[in-house]
Design a protein around this ligand. Structure first.
Ligand code: SF4
Length: 342
């Protein structure tokens, strides 16, 4: 966990309320994020976990306003950053916030870094975009940033190009670019997935350190609950575009309630167990076009499914204080009398 605490009364830095993000497929919009709400407080590390196709990355693109304009759109809901509704902002206003107050790192830095520009140029470009700074100052700052993310010989690395660096170093460079303007919120989308285990651990350690030094909040998007255990304070488990469980990290690991979360737990690699293959969850996440319109979206894969699970849509309800679950095994998930069940 991050080790930084937030106070109960502190206003959220990010508020996502009833968000619905849809993609157009064959002329029709389908929700990839379906009625999702959550808050991130200053300095908090919130994990969003689920397999690919669960809507995690679409959520981050919605927050950053980076959805593909030709086929993606926010259908309804609200995203507020530091009290300001992002929906009403122009592209110009958003560009001012993006990279400065909110930044993002991706799984594969090679696709995010520009191969034709030097590392120094790419860091300095962000600095010049968001602050008044001389060329010389920007170069000194980019060297200092590289040093702060654990890159040795930063004076030499600023002159080099992305292909000259290892995967771990490229991810460190991406982090340096992301934190260049000391953002209040960093969205990290599977930042360690492409790296080997030792480098993964180093990058997580680095993120924790940076979060603490910079007083920054992080949204950690991952398919790996092991990463969540390492770094997060709060966890949101998503399945097929919906939140199925939401609580603090200790509660999730000691008392997982949703069958999907339990299966994800079984997929965490254990260092002391020699396993040929990781436990995987049978079946696949339904595609956007084949999303069941009624009932629990996990029903086809759920080992605890009951006949009613395909008829009644579970609601996210609080089973214990601060622990929300959407599963019909819990009374709190059953629709109240008179409520539409689909
Ligand atoms: Fe499984 Fe039913 Fe709960 Fe869905 S609602 S997770 S199918 S038990």
């Amino acid at each position: 966990m991050s080790g930084k605490t937030t106070t109960q009364s502190e206003a959220p830095l990010l508020e996502v309320k009833n968000l619905e993000t849809a993609f157009k497929i064959d002329g029709q919009y389908h929700n990839a994020v379906d009625n999702v709400s959550f808050n991130v407080k200053p300095r908090q590390i919130v994990g969003i976990v689920g397999e690919s196709g669960c809507g995690k990355s679409v959520m981050s693109l919605s927050i950053m306003k980076l959805l593909p304009k030709e086929n993606g759109k926010i259908r309804s809901g609200e995203i507020k950053f530091a009290g300001t509704n992002l929906e009403n902002m122009t592209d110009k206003q958003i560009n001012k916030i993006r990279g400065k107050d909110m930044a993002m790192i991706f799984q594969e830095p090679m696709t995010a870094l520009n191969p034709v520009f030097s590392i120094g140029y790419q860091i300095e470009e962000v600095l010049h975009n968001h602050m008044t700074i001389s060329k010389k100052e920007a170069r000194l700052k980019s060297i200092a940033l590289l040093k702060s993310v654990g890159i040795s010989r930063p004076e030499k690395i600023v002159e080099e190009y992305p292909h000259q660096l290892s995967g771990g170093m490229r991810q460190r460079v991406m982090i340096a670019i992301a934190i260049a303007c000391q953002p209040k919120l960093l969205i990290a989308d599977e930042p360690t997935t492409a790296l080997d285990v030792t480098v993964q651990a180093q990058i997580l350690e680095l993120l924790k350190e940076i979060q603490s030094v910079n007083d920054m909040a992080i949204i950690m998007i991952t398919h790996d609950l092991g990463v969540v255990a390492e770094i997060c304070d709060e966890v949101i488990v998503m399945y097929a575009g919906r939140v199925v469980e939401k609580t603090d990290v200790d509660t999730l690991f000691h008392d997982p309630k949703h069958p999907y979360t339990e299966l994800l737990m079984g997929a965490i690699p254990k260092l002391d167990e020699e396993k040929e293959e990781l436990a995987t969850i049978k079946g696949i996440v339904p595609s956007l076009k084949n999303m069941p319109s009624t009932g629990c979206r996990f029903a086809a894969r759920c080992p605890k499914a009951m006949p009613e699970c395909t008829q009644i849509t579970p609601q996210l309800g609080e089973t214990d204080e601060g622990h929300e679950v959407a599963c019909l095994l819990y009374e709190t998930s059953r629709p109240k009398e008179g409520m539409n069940v689909s």
